[in-house]
Design a protein around this ligand. Sequence first.
Ligand code: NAD
Ligand code: LMR
Length: 338
Amino acid sequence: MFAATRAFTSLAAKRTFSTSAANLSKVAVLGAAGGIGQPLSLLLKNNTKVTDLSLYDIVNSPGVAADLSHINTNSKVTGYGPENDGLKKALEGSEIVVIPAGVPRKPGMTRDDLFNTNASIVRDLAEACAKHCPKANFLIISNPVNSTVPIFAEVLKKAGVYNPKRLFGVTTLDVVRASRFVSEVKAKDPKDVKVTVIGGHSGVTIVPLLSQTGEKFSKEELDALTNRIQFGGDEVVKAKNGTGSATLSMAFAGARFADSLLDAQQGKKGVVEPTFVESPIYADQGVEFFATNVELGPNGVEKIHPIGETSDYEKDLITKCLEDLKKNIAKGKSFVKA
Ligand code: NAD
Ligand code: LMR
């Protein structure tokens, strides 16, 4: 009798919270106790589209989960460690898996210097994802994104479960920064400044298309802004002085991308975000993955937007970008093949 009453109460409660079965969204964060993982999980806990928040890390995730679970939003939060099949339990049933697991840069390092450590972390997590939630959407934050996304793709391919429409390198921070930096120069509200950023996510592979903003820039402004957008990450690494790289702005950017994807999954039309995906745009030049604006939909990537008109200045940037990007992608792919 008691059990029946409880079952009824919980069913009624579910209805009251108006999450229809189609809109149940389990989101897993791998690396949830880290510098990005914690604030990102906080923002996801505050997102009413998330119904089940699953936090996995090799350390400290039960503590982070217990803390977040006291926030009075509807989602259920569970923390998992590597013991007792924690990773499997964290992943099973996930619609979105966000991955900020891995080490961050210290001053003087490039993102590629993280490859030796992070490549195997991402490969191992990809293997688990292939096994326990092959149909989820995978959002890769771990650096070097230009190589970790191809690594993830290769692992899923090996397992026979790769769906290019559901694998995303998170490059949102580049457009967030670009909007902020341009708004400072032009004394505008950043919400009115949209900057398309294409390419990859490191140094010269980050290509802002400032000619498409509708603003006029002097050559000095163009050089300074382009450099700041390409090397914005270094600014934070230097300021943090050996304690890590961008975490809070990254959490903001990652939560924005996850929110957009949830919107699109739940039927909202015209949701567009920049992201590093398998792309036909420069595939004929051997560059399989490329970031552009992408329309998101219930099946993940709905439409890859073309680059549009670019200036000669930007054409030069793209040429430099492609040279590096091609090498970064090949490095990721051959790591898995080897
Ligand atoms: P951090 O060291 O603070 O946190 C990383 C977390 O990953 C730690 O809690 C660690 O225990 C965990 N971890 C390590 N191996 C793991 C594994 N096998 N499974 C699960 N968790 C594991 O680092 P951070 O500042 O949060 O940065 C994480 C990554 O994100 C770095 O590689 C960094 O370069 C990258 N990053 C990317 C962007 C981007 O725009 N894509 C922006 C900022 C940082
Ligand atoms: C960033 O752009 O802030 C991240 O990729 C972290 C880094 O290493 O700069």
